[in-house]
Design a protein around this ligand. Structure first.
Ligand code: SAH
Length: 335
């Protein structure tokens, strides 16, 4: 231990019970009898160099080294690890950057982005946070379709001992990267500590959209994504019906893309069945960005206006009023 401390070498210890399960080229029955495992050096080298996904390869098999002036011997074996050892604890910061303007990002999120060794995210959001990046950071901008690859890449970098900020717009835990990263870690048998994972919340689209148009989310509300990429459409339709019937104020995320145009029309029909035709609806596009566009309309007329992937659709409940251009959902209901 002293030697390792003096030289700044990492020291890891393994129990005989751990070592005896590892197959090695040169097991010894004599050693097994004395210390309870047939291999110490080779098994420990393999155990130390292995990572959850990649086994280690033994490069130098057991060597017994003796010194004429001392009794006893040192046994040594060398294994190659897939990853360089940095001696640092990796961090994954799951960061939400809000709707898109720099002053809607929390100070904690800004700090995480500036401190991170590596920043991983979707290209559009990276452009938005460009002023927060600093020279020397590893920046990995990827197309929106490569979410799984982004999660895996971020984990890979953190396992190397880096602090990695994974960027999502809005909140990282709402239709975003946080779940994907945690699921991937889970699949890799993550121990819950290494890398350290911390979520740093951001203002989600439903909050920023609501703030732009009054106080529509004053009472019970829910969010439904119309994207059937990861969720079967019948499940989405069931939720739309349930929310419409139960009179939730609803925020629709991912309402319409160039390929997906039918879903929003079906959603409109469902809400038209359960709410008065003049129920206020807000279409908030690119909230807090330079190209922000806000349309106040009704359940009846909402499809007459442009809706796209940058839009959040807020549908009032049966009590939501429109006053002075603002949606107001009463805070409570008197009976
Ligand atoms: N994690 C994000 C949601 C990503 S899903 C969040 O918490 O906000 C992408 C959807 O979010 C878009 O299709 C759109 O419906 C909504 N959205 C994201 N940014 C927006 C913005 N600035 N204005 C309006 N809607 C936005």
């Amino acid at each position: 231990m002293q030697l390792c401390q003096d030289r700044g070498w990492p020291l890891r210890c393994f129990s005989a019970a751990d070592l005896q399960t590892i197959p090695v080229p040169n097991p010894s029955p004599v050693v097994a009898q004395v210390v309870g495992t047939p291999s110490v050096a080779e098994a420990a080298a393999i155990a130390a160099a292995a990572t959850p996904n990649t086994p280690a390869s033994l490069r130098v098999s057991k060597q017994v080294i003796r010194h004429p002036d001392y009794a006893g011997a040192v046994t040594l074996a060398i294994a190659a690890a897939e990853q360089e050892y940095t001696g640092r604890q990796g961090h994954l910061w799951l960061v939400g950057t809000g709707p898109g303007s720099l002053d809607q990002i929390t100070p904690a999120a800004k700090a995480a982005i500036s401190r991170a060794d590596a920043v991983v995210g979707y290209r559009l959001y990276m452009d938005l946070i460009q002023p927060l990046l600093r020279p020397g950071q590893l920046i990995e901008a990827m197309p929106i379709t490569q979410e799984q690859q982004r999660a895996e890449r971020a984990i890979e970098l953190s396992r190397w001992g880096l602090s990695v900020a994974v960027i999502s717009s809005g909140d990282c835990g709402i239709y975003a990267m946080a779940g994907l990263v945690l699921e991937t870690l889970q699949a890799q048998g993550w121990d819950g500590h290494s890398p350290m994972v911390e979520s740093i919340p951001g203002i989600s689209a439903l909050q920023s959209a609501a703030a732009r148009v009054g106080a529509p989310l004053m009472h019970d509300f829910c969010a439904i994504s119309l994207s059937d990429l990861l969720t079967p459409w019948p499940v989405i339709e069931t939720r739309l019906r349930a929310a419409a019937e139960a009179d939730f104020v609803v925020a629709l995320y991912n309402p319409k893309s160039q390929q997906r145009t039918e879903q929003i029309a079906i959603a409109q029909r469902i809400f038209a069945q359960h709410r008065p035709p003049r129920t206020p609806v807000a279409l908030v596009r690119a909230a807090y960005r330079a190209d922000e566009q806000i349309t106040i309309t009704t359940v009846q007329a909402m499809l007459d206006h442009p809706i796209d992937m940058l839009t959040t659709v807020l549908i009032g409940n049966r009590s939501t009023q429109l006053y002075a251009g603002k949606l107001i959902t009463p805070r409570g209901y008197r009976v």
